[in-house]
Write a protein that binds this ligand. Structure first.
Ligand SMILES: Cc1ncc(COP(=O)(O)O)c(C=O)c1O
Length: 393
């Protein structure tokens, strides 16, 4: 059985892999993030689902799906990053005034008299803003969240539900990033962004340290011989960088191959890897994979990936609905899995590469491969999800 038709894709094996680079995500920062996040009320590891039927269909030995749909009730792995960075920011601000506050203190509102005057802000295509809004509500500060033209009303409402002010601005995600930065500078707010740029790296580093909890759980949950390949979707590169750093910590030199997969319409990581330096993707049509619709890389994440990723791929939108449907219905006896539009890029990369002899050879992707995929979101836009998984008439 072929999961997907033979659609066009691009593959760039990363010649820069292994070249020494600056450490972007240190182990101590991860240990702090893990201790904090696992102490939050409602914390539970998300499931790692074994999909042997899909593995058979793809002609590989094993396939694991780390299902982030249930993360803290927010629907995506992003719950780990933005909210954690909000807590860190509040704790640091209080520390500067001589006050020591744990996440539990903040959540209990012990310093609310001070923290409610603090405003955090960010741009989002949905999931990150939801996490920042949730963190602001949980830890008692104010949030103003910027969304661009094409973010759905459903996603906007999901952010507003956590008490944040949501502002819609013209243009793209990258325009919203700039607008959040400008307004924050004018108003004395703090940008809690999931992307880093020159002069702004501390908070996005906290965000990525939070994401590492997802990979840490998955590696601990994996049973049998270790995975050989990780296919991770890329927006600005934050989650792929977090997985890369965690794989290096967990597996050392024998770590699995890591392949970063982006929509071919928003391939800033791919282009940057080809050139060797941050390079934007040119303006063009939108992608269904809203969480991956990023035209510019996070500089920290790109540094990490340039030294650690094995390859970069760019895949077409046409594969999204078929991949979501295959997961939803379950292949060959597998359980059904709810995967949103931005969660399936890794599976698309795997399926296209596995069925292309040159790509499969370049990635060492053969019948013995054991692949771990990160289902980074569930149905975060339920209407769109229902439309895409509906059987085509
Ligand atoms: C569901 C989902 N998966 C993956 C990503 C990509 O993450 P990053 O931008 O850190 O590369 C996003 C980003 O918003 C997302 O929402």
């Amino acid at each position: 059985m072929t999961l997907l038709p033979a659609l066009p894709f691009r593959l760039h094996p990363n010649a820069a892999k292994g070249r020494a680079g600056a450490a972007v995500l240190d182990a101590a920062g991860f240990a702090e993030a893990r201790a904090a996040i696992t102490s939050w009320p409602g914390y539970a590891a998300t499931p790692l689902v074994d999909l042997p039927g899909l593995a058979r269909a793809l002609g590989i030995a094993a396939l694991g799906w780390k299902d982030e749909g249930g993360r803290f009730g927010l629907g995506s792995f992003k719950a780990l990053g933005g909210a954690y960075a909000v807590a860190r920011h509040l704790a640091r601000t209080l520390a500067a005034r001589g006050i020591t506050a744990t996440d539990a203190d903040l959540a209990a509102g012990r310093h609310a008299a001070l923290t409610r005057d603090i405003t955090v802000t960010c741009a989002t295509d949905g999931n990150h803003g939801r996490s920042v809004a949730w963190g602001a509500q949980r830890f008692h500060c104010r949030a103003v969240i910027y969304i661009h033209e094409t973010v759905s009303d459903g996603r906007a409402a999901a952010i507003a539900r956590f008490g944040a002010e949501v502002r819609r601005v013209p243009g793209t995600y990258d325009d919203a990033v700039r607008r959040a930065a400008e307004d924050a500078a004018a108003q004395g707010w703090t940008v809690v962004s999931d992307t880093s740029y020159p002069g702004y790296t501390d908070i996005p580093r906290d965000v990525m340290q939070g994401y590492r909890v997802m990979a840490d759980e998955a590696f601990a949950q994996w049973t049998g011989p270790a995975p050989t390949h990780l296919f991770v979707q890329g927006g600005v590169g934050g989650v792929a960088a977090a997985v890369a750093a965690q794989a290096a910590l967990h597996f050392g030199a024998d770590r699995p191959h890591l392949i970063v997969v982006e929509p071919d319409r928003f391939d800033c990581l791919y282009r940057s890897a080809v050139v060797g330096t941050p390079t934007p993707s040119p303006p063009g049509p939108d992608t269904l994979m809203a969480g991956l619709a990023c035209g510019e890389v996070s500089i920290l994440a790109f540094d990490e990936l340039l030294h650690r990723a094995d390859a970069f791929m760019a895949v077409p939108d046409e594969a999204v609905a078929p991949a979501m449907r295959a997961l939803a219905s379950g292949v060959d006896g597998d359980p059904g899995v709810v995967a949103g539009e931005s969660a399936v890029a890794g599976l698309i990369g795997l399926a296209l590469a596995r069925h292309d002899p040159a790509a499969a050879a370049a990635l060492g992707l053969d019948a013995a491969a054991r692949v771990l995929l990160f289902g980074t979101e569930g149905a975060t836009d339920p209407e769109l999800y229902a439309r895409l998984v509906a059987v085509p008439s």
